[in-house]
Design a protein around this ligand. Structure first.
Ligand code: GLY
Length: 302
């Protein structure tokens, strides 16, 4: 069966700032290449999306893992989800601190214990219990984000949705894939929104909102202003559109139109459907993405 993997580096107002779009696109291409490598070697879709998202979490210009945005208290609190379309099993973390790869911690929650979703200090205690690598905040913090945090302290009017429509690049990351067995998987990871209140959780770790994967329909990862995306349970909605007969591309486009019309939201989606067709759509000024079908060369864009 033909394999497929698609990744994104976050929908946002990339072009309005002296943004890092070229670097974000390069990271997406590297992540798609790594995912493709897993798939053509016979690896699982689940492994492919985890490997791809780990690369994106390492990119200092994207809002996930290293490079995550800082909350109002100057901390890095991250959210992530991974989902297996074969079994509908999922693992998720929210408001977790001092881990370089929240997506891998989420996968351990899915595979190692009977729970699906751990938050904050509970997720960190689980990480320590299984010997999952911890890091310092300085390993996650990049100079550009520290400078933005300091300047935002002086702006009491700042709204967390600003980055999706006005200057300020965005970079939640995610991936969707289909493997040689036809199994689907999806993964999403984020540092959330700048200057969010401590404890704020967006759409990303919420099953059906930040991601969804079901072998019967599609695997989907979402990005954008979480407070709007979660109202629509947008990733599951893409799967429902596929179930009604739309290919992945039309399903993503339809969901993004709905996001704008129903809740005045801004964001983006990537998807792979059960036939291995890819889809992507966004209504911000850019969303770096890259995909690979079978052994074909990587295609990237924004
Ligand atoms: N979509 C990322 C967030 O709102 O946290």
């Amino acid at each position: 069966m033909e394999t497929a993997v698609i990744v994104h580096g976050g929908a946002g107002a990339w072009k309005m700032e002296n943004g890092r779009l070229p670097e974000a696109e390069a990271a997406c291409q590297q992540a798609a290449l790594a995912g493709q490598g897993v798939l053509v070697a016979g690896g699982s879709a689940l492994q492919a999306v985890e490997v791809a998202v780990c690369i994106l979490e390492d990119c200092p210009y994207l809002d996930a893992g290293r490079g995550s945005f800082l909350n109002a208290r100057g901390e890095v609190e991250m959210d992530a989800i991974i989902m297996d379309g074969r079994t509908l099993e999922l693992g998720a973390v929210a408001a977790v601190q001092r881990v370089l790869h929240p997506i891998s911690l989420a996968r351990h929650i899915m595979t190692d214990i009977e729970h699906s979703f751990l938050v904050g200090s509970g997720a960190e205690a689980f990480a320590d219990l299984i010997g999952f690598p911890r890091c310092q905040i300085t390993d996650l913090l990049v100079d550009e984000e520290l400078a933005r945090y300091l300047s935002l302290q002086e702006d009491p009017e700042y709204l967390t949705r600003t980055i999706f429509v006005e200057p300020g690049a965005m970079g939640t990351v995610g991936a969707a894939a289909r493997d040689q067995q036809g199994n689907l998987a999806a993964a999403t990871s984020t540092g959330g929104t700048r200057k969010k209140l401590p404890g704020r959780v967006g759409d990303s770790p919420l099953v059906g909102s930040g991601a969804y994967a079901d072998n019967w329909t599609a695997a989907v990862s979402a990005t954008g202003y979480g407070e709007a995306l979660m109202k629509l349970v947008i990733s599951k909605r893409v799967c429902d559109f596929v179930a009604s007969g739309l290919p992945a591309m039309a399903a993503c486009e339809t969901a993004i139109r709905l996001l704008a019309e129903r809740v005045n939201g801004h964001g983006g989606l990537v998807a792979v459907d059960t036939h291995g067709q890819i889809g992507y759509a966004f209504n911000t000024d850019a969303m770096p993405y890259a995909y690979a079908l079978g052994r074909q060369p990587i295609v990237g864009g924004h």
